[in-house]
Each structure stands twice: as C-alpha cells, then as structure tokens.
Design a protein around this ligand. Structure first.
Ligand SMILES: [Zn+2]
Length: 230
C-alpha cells in the first residue's frame, strides 16, 4: 500500500473513531444477516463518468434493478454530462468526488473548497440536482477539513466500509474473488469506474452477488434503511 494511501486511511480512521455526525462510513451500517438471508449493500463507483465504463455498469445495474452511488469528478461530469444525467435518471445517487482529484490533505482551505464547489456546480448543471455526499480523493481528509466541508458546503463526508481494492490493479479474477468472499450486510463498497479490468468483471460479479441474495441500493437509501431499523 503506498504510504500516502495509508496515511489517508489512518486520518479517516481517526475521524471515524471521533464519531462525527457529518461522516458516513466506518463499520457496516446494518447487523450481519443469518446465513443465506438477503443482504443489502451500497455499491459505489469512483472517478467517473468514464465513457464505456459508465454504460457497462449502468446496464448491469439495470438488469438486476440495483442502485449504486457514483462518486463523480466534476471535470469528468463537465466532459460527459449526458452520462451523469443517465445515472440520475436511472435512480442512482451522484456524490461529489472533487473537481480534479487533488489530494485534500495537500490543499489549503480555499483550494479544497474550490474543488468541492466546482464539482457540485458541474453535477447540478448536468443533472439539476446537488449532491448530498462528498467522498474525498484517496480517502485523505483531516477531521477539520471534513467539518469545514460539512459546515460550508452542506455535504456529508462519505468513506467506505468495504474495499474491493481494485485501485491496486490486481490480476484478472482477483477483484471477483474478493467481491464474492462474503461482503458483510450493510457495507458501503468502494470500487472504481476508472480501472477497465474491474469494470469488465463487474457485470459478472453483480450477477453472482444477486444470485446469492445480495442487492445494492444507494448510500442515501442505505442510510434510510438504517434509520428505519427497530
Ligand atoms: Zn478517486
């Protein structure tokens, strides 16, 4: 694991421990289900829209009636607004993943807010809706930066509860093996639109997970399901 990535995870781990109200992530959001019982997860795909990849993922999700959260880059949305609109029109959630994927922990306050504001503007221009969630690039965010974004931009900070680790560019089949190894109920699953290998495997992975009783909803829907727990 690159040192910078590790640092980001550690920073967010500290935030999770703090139990901040503006943070979505950490442990799975639902209790573990009995063996063979249905499981609900929230698939999330970062770094799009990516022509080719977005359509493949959207088609696979539609086949099973699944919903996902696309953590999009503002610069990509500006280039491909039709793909962002299709994501929203098909019932998926769009989250802010910054304008250009600069690492938040290397930015001053103004540059950080510019990255967030520009991305929200691009998403709103393409879809007519403002996002509710911000996922920091590299998951690298200091607690005070998370609080600032929440206070200034009205966004909740989205992390993950489960990672398919496609960012490590593993060999073919490795992402599939990991995804089918038993994702806990209520997990927010981090994957990417930007790695062709994992995108190519994702339709088959989704079909197999569906056959095993899984379904995916948006992060917003998963949070609502948690709120409705007895
Ligand atoms: Zn990213």
């Amino acid at each position: 694991m690159p040192k910078t990535r590790l640092l980001g995870l550690l920073l967010l781990a500290n935030v999770v421990c703090a139990g901040e109200a503006w943070l979505v992530g950490g442990p799975p959001l639902l209790p573990e289900a009995a063996p063979g019982a249905p499981r609900t997860i929230a698939l999330t795909f970062d770094d799009g829209p990516v022509p080719g990849a977005s359509e493949a993922l959207l088609d696979a999700l539609r086949t099973h009636g699944w919903k996902a959260t696309f953590c999009v880059l503002g610069s990509q949305v500006a280039l491909h607004p039709g793909l962002a609109k299709r994501m929203l029109d098909e019932g998926h959630e769009l989250a802010n993943h910054s304008w250009s994927h600069r690492k938040p922990t290397e930015l001053d306050e103004q540059a950080l807010l510019d990255e967030v504001h520009r991305a929200t503007g691009a998403i709103e221009a393409a879809t007519g809706q403002r996002p509710a969630l911000y996922r920091p690039p590299y998951l690298a965010l200091r607690p005070e930066q998370g609080a600032l974004i929440n206070r200034t931009c009205g966004l909740l900070v989205l992390t993950e509860t489960w990672n398919c680790q496609d960012w490590q560019r593993p060999p073919p089949g490795a992402v599939r093996e990991r995804m089918l190894s038993g994702i806990p109920n209520g997990s927010i699953v981090l994957a990417h639109e930007s790695f062709p290998q994992s995108v190519a495997e994702m339709p088959g992975i989704i079909a197999e997970l569906a056959a095993r009783g899984y379904r995916s909803v948006t992060v917003g829907q998963l949070r609502n399901a948690v709120d409705q727990q007895p």
